[in-house]
Design a protein. Structure first.
Length: 82
């Protein structure tokens, strides 16, 4: 396997990669490989967990507010279909 050096990586990005690695229970090297390979899923996982923190986070009031906010997107403008 090849080794590479990454030059010009700013401290904030390196810290974020380290935090993501810790949170995912993987090494920094594994996390960098995941990013380069375009995968944020855990090794061996077939699913992504990007939105797991949001599951069950809304109460009925939040859901109603969201539904009201996106309701205009259901409207069809007949002028656009001429």
């Amino acid at each position: 396997m090849a080794n590479i050096s990454v030059r010009g990586l700013d401290d904030a990005r390196l810290q974020r990669l380290k935090q993501e690695a810790r949170a995912g229970g993987v090494s920094l090297n594994r996390r960098v490989l995941q990013v380069l390979q375009g995968s944020s899923a855990a090794p061996g996982s077939d699913t992504h967990h990007d939105l797991d923190a949001l599951i069950g986070a809304w109460d009925h009031e939040d859901a109603a507010a969201f539904s009201n906010a996106v309701a205009p997107f259901d409207a069809i403008d007949p002028a656009l279909w001429d």
